[in-house]
Design a protein around this ligand. Structure first.
Ligand code: RIB
Length: 303
C-alpha cells in the first residue's frame, strides 16, 4: 500500500465532454483504485484561469498528487509551485516548456504527418485541417503558413498542425489558410468551418479532423450539404470514439491508447507519491492508424 496523506489524486482535464478524456480517466481511475486511491476531477475547458483555480482547490483538499492536462503553455508557475511544495505533478497528453515533470502522451506531429501523407498518397492535393483552435481565444493562429505553429499553442493542435504542414511541404503542396479552421473545438464549430471550406472556390477533397468531436462536426456538414463521404470528401479523424466504427462509412482514425495514457500517468504519479526520485520521464505511447472506409482516392478532376 502506497501511503499518502489523503490517498486522493487530483485530475484536471481540458474538456469533460470529449470522449478522449473519458477514456483516459478510465485508465487513471482503475490504476488509482488498484492502489487504494480515490480520484477528484476538475474540468478547465482549455482555460488557463480555470486550471489555476482547479489546482488551488485540489491543493486545499490536500490531494497527494496531481494529473494535469495543461491549458497554459506560458505560465506554469501554479504547477511548479505545487511540485516545490511537495505535491507531485504528472502531465497528461501534452508538455509544458520548462516544467520538469513526467509527461505521458503520443508523438502528435508524427501521427498527423502520417495521416496527411496517407491522404496525399490517395491523390488529394486540397486537404482541410479542422484544428479546434478558437482564434479569438488563442490569438493569431498563423493559418496562412503554420510556420512555428508547434510553439503557438500548448495543446496538441500545434504539434498536429505542424505534422500536417510537414507532409504538405514534403509533397511540395501549399499550406492554404482557407483550408485551416480556427473556429473552436465544439462540434458545431467544426460543422461551420467544414461548410465554409466546402463552399469555397477551391474546396478540399479531404479533411483531417484533430479529434473525434471535430470529425463528427465535419460529417454533419458533409451530410447537410447533400455530399457524401468518401465519394465527395474523404475524412480522417484523431481518436477512436465509440461511434467511429459503426457509422456509415466507418471512420478511418488515428487511435490513441487513451486508457494506457491514463494508467501509465497514474503509475508514474503513484511512484512519485511513494517517494521514488528520478529524472522526469517523457513517455510517447504508440498510436495506430485504423484504415476503415472514410478515405477514397481523390476525384480525378482535381488530381
Ligand atoms: O480534444 C481531444 C483531443 O485533444 C485529443 O486528441 C487529445 O489528444 C487532446 O489533446
Amino acid at each position: 500500500m502506497i501511503t499518502g496523506s489523503t490517498n486522493t489524486l487530483g485530475v484536471v482535464i481540458a474538456d469533460i465532454e470529449n470522449p478522449f478524456f473519458a477514456r483516459v480517466l478510465r485508465g487513471v481511475s482503475d490504476a488509482a483504485h488498484a492502489a487504494g486511491f480515490e480520484v477528484i476531477l476538475s474540468n478547465t475547458d482549455e482555460s488557463a484561469e480555470a486550471e489555476r483555480t482547479a489546482i488551488r482547490v485540489l491543493l486545499e483538499k490536500q490531494v497527494d498528487g496531481l494529473l494535469v492536462c495543461p491549458a497554459d503553455g506560458e505560465d506554469s508557475s501554479h504547477l511548479s509551485d505545487a511540485v516545490g511544495a511537495g505535491t507531485p505533478v504528472v502531465l497528461l497528453d501534452r508538455r509544458v516548456r520548462g516544467l520538469r515533470v513526467d509527461t505521458v502522451g503520443i508523438d502528435n506531429r508524427a501521427a498527423a504527418r502520417e495521416a496527411t501523407e496517407h491522404l496525399i498518397s490517395r491523390g488529394h492535393r486540397s486537404i482541410g485541417l479542422l484544428t479546434g483552435v478558437d482564434v479569438d481565444a488563442a490569438g493569431p493562429f498563423g493559418a496562412d503558413s503554420l510556420v512555428g505553429i508547434e510553439r503557438a499553442t500548448i495543446n496538441t493542435t500545434g504539434e498536429r498542425a505542424a505534422g500536417y504542414r510537414d507532409a504538405l511541404l514534403a509533397a511540395k503542396l501549399p499550406v492554404r489558410s482557407d483550408l485551416v479552421s480556427t473556429d473552436g473545438f465544439r462540434r458545431q464549430d467544426s460543422a461551420s468551418a467544414t461548410a465554409r471550406m466546402l463552399a469555397g472556390r477551391r474546396p478540399p477533397t479531404a479533411l483531417l479532423a484533430l479529434d473525434s468531436v471535430l470529425a463528427l462536426g465535419a460529417l454533419q456538414a458533409i451530410r447537410d450539404l447533400g455530399l457524401s463521404c468518401p465519394e465527395d470528401v474523404s475524412l480522417i479523424g484523431f481518436d477512436e470514439a465509440d461511434w467511429t466504427d459503426v457509422m456509415t462509412p466507418p471512420l478511418s482514425v488515428i487511435a490513441q491508447p487513451e486508457n494506457e495514457i491514463g494508467s501509465v500517468a497514474c503509475g508514474l504519479l503513484l511512484d512519485r507519491i511513494a517517494g521514488r526520485e528520478r529524472a522526469p520521464v517523457h513517455r510517447k505511447l504508440p498510436v495506430r492508424y485504423v484504415e476503415r472506409s472514410s478515405v477514397a482516392a481523390a476525384p480525378r478532376r482535381v488530381r
